[in-house]
Design a protein around this ligand. Structure first.
Ligand code: ZN
Ligand code: ZN
Length: 262
C-alpha cells in the first residue's frame, strides 16, 4: 500500500514563517492519521489540500502547546463544517479535561461523538489504536511532561511486508526506546539542537542532531527524518551533517514535504 507522511509543521516551540509547530498526517492506503496538532494545524491541513473531515483519528504525543494547542480549534471547525462522523483521540491523561473545559468556558461545543483514549503508563508499549489500515502502539519518552512515542504499523494485505513508521517527539536521549523503534522503515525523531548545545538539550529534555543519528543507527531503521527544528537554525545543514555522521540515510523535514515510507 501507499504509505507516506505529509509534514504540516517541522519547527520546535517557536513557530516561524518557514517552520510551523508540530503536526503531520500519515496516510496509509487512504486512511489519514493526524499526529500532533499544534496551533494553526487546521490551516496547514487546508493549505496542503488534505480534507479536514477525512481525518478520523488524532494521536497526541504530549500536552505542550506546540503539539496540542491546535486541537480545540480543529474540533470546533469540524463541527462548524457539519461533521457527524465519530472521532478517536489518543492523548496523554488530562487532554479530555482541557478540551472539555475549554469548550465549556468558551461556549463552544461539538456534536459529533469523540472517543477519548487517554494514555497514563510509565513503561512498556501499549496498543492504543487498531484500525483497518494501521495499528498504533505507544511507549513513554523522556521529557518534562508525560510524553509518548508511537510505532505505527500498516495492517498487512496479501503478501506485502507491513511498513512501520515511528515518531518520537519530544524526548531527551534515551536508549530505553530502542526496542520500540527497532527496524522501523522510517523513524521521525525530534532534533531540536545542534551538538554544541548538548547541555541545553539535556536540560530541556531534547535531542541533538548526532544523538538522533545515533538512535537511528542503534535501532537499525531504514531512514531517519529529523523534525522539531529550533527556530535558531535558518539553514538546517549543520543538523543534517551531524546526524549523518552517525546515520547517513537522513533527511530534514520541511513544512509541506511529503516523505514516503519505503
Ligand atoms: Zn515540542
Ligand atoms: Zn515538549
Amino acid at each position: 500500500m501507499n504509505v507516506f507522511v505529509t509534514i504540516l509543521g517541522s519547527g520546535a516551540a517557536l513557530p516561524t514563517g518557514v517552520r510551523r509547530c508540530a503536526a503531520q498526517v500519515l496516510n496509509v492506503g487512504g486512511f489519514k492519521l493526524l499526529i500532533d496538532c499544534a496551533e494553526g494545524t487546521q490551516d496547514r491541513i487546508r493549505y496542503n489540500h488534505l480534507k479536514l473531515q477525512s481525518l478520523g483519528t488524532v494521536i497526541i504525543s504530549h500536552l505542550h502547546g506546540d503539539h496540542f494547542f491546535g486541537l480545540p480549534g480543529l474540533l470546533s471547525t469540524m463541527h462548524l463544517c457539519g461533521r457527524t462522523e465519530p472521532m478517536t483521540i489518543v492523548a496523554p491523561k488530562g487532554a479530555k479535561e482541557v478540551i472539555e473545559t475549554t469548550f465549556e468556558l468558551t461556549g463552544n461545543h461539538v456534536e459529533f461523538p469523540i472517543e477519548w483514549r487517554e494514555m497514563d503508563f510509565e513503561e512498556g508499549m501499549q496498543r492504543v489504536f487498531e484500525g483497518k489500515r494501521l495499528t498504533v502502539d505507544a511507549f513513554p519518552l523522556v521529557h518534562s511532561v508525560p510524553t509518548y512515542g508511537f510505532r505505527i504499523t500498516e495492517v498487512p494485505r496479501g503478501s506485502n511486508t507491513p511498513k512501520v513508521y515511528s515518531y518520537c517527539c519530544d524526548t531527551a536521549y534515551t536508549e530505553s526506546i530502542l526496542p520500540f523503534i527497532k527496524g522501523s522503515d522510517l523513524l521521525c525523531l525530534e532534533c531540536t539542537f545542534a551538538d554544541d548545545l548538548a547541555e541545553l538539550a539535556e536540560t530541556r529534555c531534547h535531542l541533538t542532531a548526532s544523538q538522533a543519528g545515533r538512535l537511528a543507527r542503534l535501532a537499525e531503521v531504514g531512514q531517519l527524518l529529523l523534525t522539531h527544528i529550533s527556530a535558531r537554525y535558518r539553514e538546517p545543514e549543520i543538523l543534517l551533517q551531524q546526524a549523518m555522521s552517525e546515520f547517513p540515510n537522513t533527511v530534514v523535514a520541511e513544512d509541506s514535504m511529503r516523505v514516503e515510507v519505503r
